[in-house]
Design a protein around this ligand. Structure first.
Ligand code: GTP
Ligand code: MG
Length: 283
């Protein structure tokens, strides 16, 4: 069917495919969250409620987009890794980027009051987003190591900075001056000797950031012929249900394999995390 005489303008819309067979990492970052955190009195250096809200929004994104195999969050940012062979929206960059970023943003706003119930949202927060393609598993691992190392560096700095200001009575200018040029071991030492804070005992959430990963959980349930096994909680995705065990007449064992999205605050720089989850970097 012929279009109107105006239809030619479509030709200006150019395709924007992302290279196939590469790892996509989409990172969102809060726009001007320095101001947002001040205006809404976020706790310093870390506001656990605000971080939990970020985790909630990231989980909503992962629930919607099954091709995301891993997410890592710290401060006002979250990175999402898509499986290498993803064909989501035919790998159209703008479609993927805008849909994920807007879902994250709307979830952040939608769920704000669940986490910051005594702090009404004063204005509309927004997030920027980018997609970067990585050619190999080595670079993907280095990417996540980079973000987690950044979490540690920032948290150590901010923990000492705010201890100097809030407990040590220094101005922010003085605190920055004290910290200038210090190395990690000196910061640890200052935190302990001046404020009695053992950095390694701070919450893992603050030191390691948030890791969201899909895990498969198998559960065996006894069923009686003719009766269904007890249903699983509806909040979980049920990916597979198989029967197993000896073919007895009265009772049948069913193994249900569910995929859940697990939150942890674990190390993702070493090999252990990745070796235990080879599916993350598989095709
Ligand atoms: N007090 C407090 N501030 C936080 C927390 N998480 C994030 N922030 C603030 O958010 C900022 C995030 O850093 P950036 O993303 O570099 O800064 P930004 O103001 O968002 O700037 P753009 O991303 O460039 O728009 C931090 O510097 C803090 O000011 C928190 O848990 N507590
Ligand atoms: Mg930001």
């Amino acid at each position: 069917m012929a279009g109107s005489k105006f239809a030619y303008v479509r030709n200006f819309e150019l395709p924007d495919p992302l290279l196939p067979g590469t790892f996509m990492i989409l990172r969102i970052d809060g726009h001007a969250f320095h101001r947002l955190s001040e205006e809404h009195n976020f706790a310093k250096p870390n506001d656990e409620r605000a971080l939990q809200l970020m985790d909630h929004a990231a989980r909503d994104v992962m629930t919607e987009f099954k091709d995301i195999v891993l997410a890592f969050g710290e401060s006002d940012e979250y990175s999402f890794l898509f499986r290498k062979s993803s064909t989501l929206y035919n790998r159209r960059e703008a479609k993927i980027l805008t849909t994920v970023t807007s879902l994250f943003t709307s979830s952040y706003v939608f769920n704000w009051s669940k986490y910051l119930s005594d702090t009404p949202l004063k204005y509309c927060p927004s997030f920027d987003g980018r997609i970067v393609l990585y050619p190999s598993t080595t670079v993907v691992r280095d990417y996540f190591s980079w973000r987690q190392a950044d979490t540690h560096i920032n948290n150590l700095y901010n923990t000492l900075f705010w201890a100097l200001v809030l407990k040590g009575g220094q101005t922010t200018t003085q605190a920055h001056a004290v910290l200038r040029g210090t190395v990690s071991s000196q910061k640890h030492e200052m935190l302990f000797s001046r404020f009695g804070i053992n950095y390694n005992e701070l919450a893992a959430r603050f030191r390691k950031g948030s890791v969201l990963v899909r895990e498969e959980v198998s559960t065996e349930t006894e069923g009686v012929d003719g009766l269904e096994a007890t249903p699983l909680p509806v909040s979980e995705e049920v990916s597979e249900v198989v029967s197993s065990g000896a073919p007895r007449k009265a009772s049948k064992k069913k193994v249900r394999v569910r995929t859940t999205i697990e939150l942890c605050h674990c190390d993702i720089i070493g090999d252990e995390f990745w070796n235990a989850r080879p599916n993350i970097l598989a095709d």
